[in-house]
Ligand binder design. Structure first.
Ligand SMILES: O=C(O)CCC(=O)C(=O)O
Length: 270
C-alpha cells in the first residue's frame, strides 16, 4: 500500500513523505471534526493569540473519542494500514491525535526543534507520528527534520514550546539539544499539498517556522505505538498518561486502543 522505498526512507532519514495519501473526501471528514472540536467537542483545545501577530494558532490533543470526524478518519480510512506497514510491528496501538492550526499571519507560531519522545511516559522505539497536511504548505512554513537524528536513540531535553529557553516542567533528561543548523547537519524539508502525509519516528528531531503567509497552515496528526512500547510512568501531560497502566507493561487500554494486531485477524469459517 505504500511505495516500496518508503520504509527504507523512514528508517534511513527518520521521516518519509507519502504524497496524496488522502483524498478530498477524507480531508472534508477531518474538517468536519475540526468544526466540532473547536465548537466544544474536544475538551482540550487551546487558542493562542500572540501580541503582534495578525492570526492565532490553535491546537487540540487526544480528541478522537469525542470527535466523530477524527474517529472516523483514524479508524475507517487507510491511515492505520499505511502506518502499520511502516512500523515493523505485530501490533498498532493508537496513542493520541493532535490538531495544529496556524492561522494566516501567525508569524511567531514557530515550533522549536524537539523530539516528540521527550514528552512521552513510554519506553520503546516503535513510535511514529503520522502528520497529514490539510492545506498546501510551501517550504516557507513547512516542517524541517534533522536527517538521521532518530538513529542513535538519544533522548534530549524536552523544550517548552512557548519559551525554548525555559525549563520544561516535564523535563526528564539534562541532555541539551545540539546546535542544529549551525553544525553542518543535513536538514530535510519539502513543500506539501493538502492530503500529503509525513511519517516520522518519535526520536527524529524536527521544527517548523511560524506562518507568515496570508493563508491557513493546518495539520492533523495521529501518533501510534508498536509492540516494543511499555509505560514508564514518568511525568507527562495528561494526554499521554493513563493512571491504570502499570510500569513496564504495554499501554493498550481504552484510552490507547489496539487498532491492528494478530488477535484481530478473522478466523476461517469451516
Ligand atoms: O506542525 C508543526 O508546526 C509542528 C508539529 C510537530 O512538531 C509535532 O506534531 O510534533
Amino acid at each position: 500500500m505504500v511505495p516500496s522505498d518508503a520504509a527504507k526512507a523512514l528508517n534511513g532519514d527518520g521521516v518519509v513523505c507519502l504524497r496524496r495519501a488522502f483524498d478530498d473526501s477524507w480531508l472534508s471528514t477531518i474538517e468536519t471534526g475540526i468544526a466540532d472540536a473547536v465548537g466544544g467537542a474536544s475538551t482540550d483545545v487551546d487558542v493562542v493569540h500572540r501580541d503582534g501577530d495578525e492570526g492565532s494558532f490553535s491546537f487540540s490533543s487526544g480528541a478522537w473519542n469525542s470527535v466523530q470526524g477524527f474517529r472516523s478518519f483514524i479508524f475507517d480510512s487507510r491511515l492505520p494500514d499505511l502506518v502499520w506497514s511502516l512500523l515493523n510491528s505485530t501490533e498498532l496501538v493508537l496513542f493520541y491525535d493532535f490538531l495544529l492550526i496556524k492561522e494566516a499571519r501567525s508569524d511567531t507560531a514557530s515550533t522549536p526543534w524537539h523530539q516528540d519522545h521527550s514528552y512521552y511516559p513510554i519506553d520503546g522505539v516503535k513510535v511514529v507520528n503520522s502528520w497529514v497536511a490539510l492545506d498546501d504548505i510551501p517550504v516557507e512554513s513547512a516542517l524541517r527534520f534533522l536527517a538521521g537524528s532518530h538513529y542513535a536513540k538519544t533522548l534530549y531535553r524536552a523544550v517548552d514550546f512557548d519559551d525554548p529557553e525555559a525549563d520544561y516542567r516535564h523535563a526528564r533528561t539534562e541532555l541539551p539539544l545540539p546546535q542544529i543548523e549551525t553544525d553542518g547537519s543535513e536538514v530535510l524539508v519539502a513543500p506539501l499539498k493538502a492530503g500529503d502525509m509525513l511519517v516520522w519516528w518519535s526520536y527524529t528531531l524536527h521544527c517548523a517556522p511560524g506562518n507568515r503567509l496570508p493563508s491557513r497552515r493546518a495539520a492533523f496528526s495521529v501518533n501510534w505505538v508498536g509492540d516494543d512500547v511499555v509505560y514508564n510512568g514518568k511525568p507527562a501531560l495528561d494526554t499521554y498518561c493513563e493512571s491504570s497502566l502499570q510500569i513496564g507493561e504495554p499501554i493498550i487500554c481504552d484510552k490507547f486502543p489496539l487498532v491492528r494486531g494478530p488477535e484481530m485477524a478473522m478466523g476461517r469459517h469451516e
